[in-house]
Design a protein around this ligand. Sequence first.
Ligand SMILES: [Zn+2]
Ligand SMILES: [Zn+2]
Length: 387
Amino acid sequence: MRTRNAVARDYYGILGVSREASDDEIKRAYRKLARQFHPDVNPDPEAQEKFKDINAAYEVLSDDRKRQIVDLGGDPLAPGGGGAGGPGGPGGAGPFVGFQDIMDAFFGGAAGGARGPRPRTRPGADAILRLELDLHETAFGVEAPITVDTAVLCTTCAGAGTAAGTHLATCEACGGRGEVQSVQRTFLGQVVSARPCTVCQGYGTTIPHPCPTCAGDGRVRTRRSLTVKIPAGVEDGMRIRLAQQGEVGPGGGTAGDLYVEIHERPHDVYSRKGDDLHCRVTVPMTAAALGTRLTIKTLDSEETVDVKAGTQPGSTLRLRARGVPHLRGTGRGDLYVHLDVRTPTKLDADQERMLRDFAKTRGEEVAELTKQGGFFSRMRDAFNGHA
Ligand SMILES: [Zn+2]
Ligand SMILES: [Zn+2]
């Protein structure tokens, strides 16, 4: 894959910057990638290769003289490529080139700043629960029972994680600092780096006698039942936040929040758009022509509505304030009744004769399909001037 000796490597491409990129842009691109592919973060072997490439590219592009060689088509890291290769050799990409920048990438520019042991008690995670409701429930509100699998405070140790009568002990490996420092000699001089202590996982303390109930975590998993009050007018996808009803944190830390996400089941009759409802009602052609009175069942009432004589297919009746109550404020959406006008599909001989007579009285010419060869042949005749 890497043909370093034959072809100059695309250092700009590795960092994903243009050839005109400023020093600042190069630095930013480098930090972003270093954070993503650093072996501590990304153990994937491919990521390690990539990390080496990123470092090599930064080594070259952050150095004016090496960058110039690249811009002239050369490769300053290739053997005999015109540049003084780093002491690690080509591609070895001296891991400590740009070390300060790596530290900056990870610790926000405050390399070696105070970090100390991490606390055992940490806030708990938020949890989310999906709640299916039907339209009537989302429209008018409901008190819904829910069960949630979550972490709660361990009552044996009250979150401390230690067995009764015992205490935390200072970690001997790191002396309670939570991190161990190592000093490496490099061509840049001494570099001190700190890593979280593996004995205490960075806490600075150990639990010699863990609580038998929670094994030191300070919390246990359980299934809880509670009732959530759903207000009238909620919509599909909305989330209701129940403060501190989520998971209790490690070491008995403050519980996160529980979010109940509303999922509205599709309704057989009504479709919902915001707080308005829509439904379809079929009326026979004769009723649409003559006018009629319909009884419409709404979500919570029965309404009588007049269909005017001469109603066209696709007409809509609007029933004000018969939709879903507004979640905020007062009032309700509307109910729209879409009218489908149904044409009779089977006529007996009498009905057909009456309908033809009716058409005749209206001066509407109705060709008989079987005798005149159908609509398309009539069209053809019309085009050929035989109409
Ligand atoms: Zn416990
Ligand atoms: Zn330690």
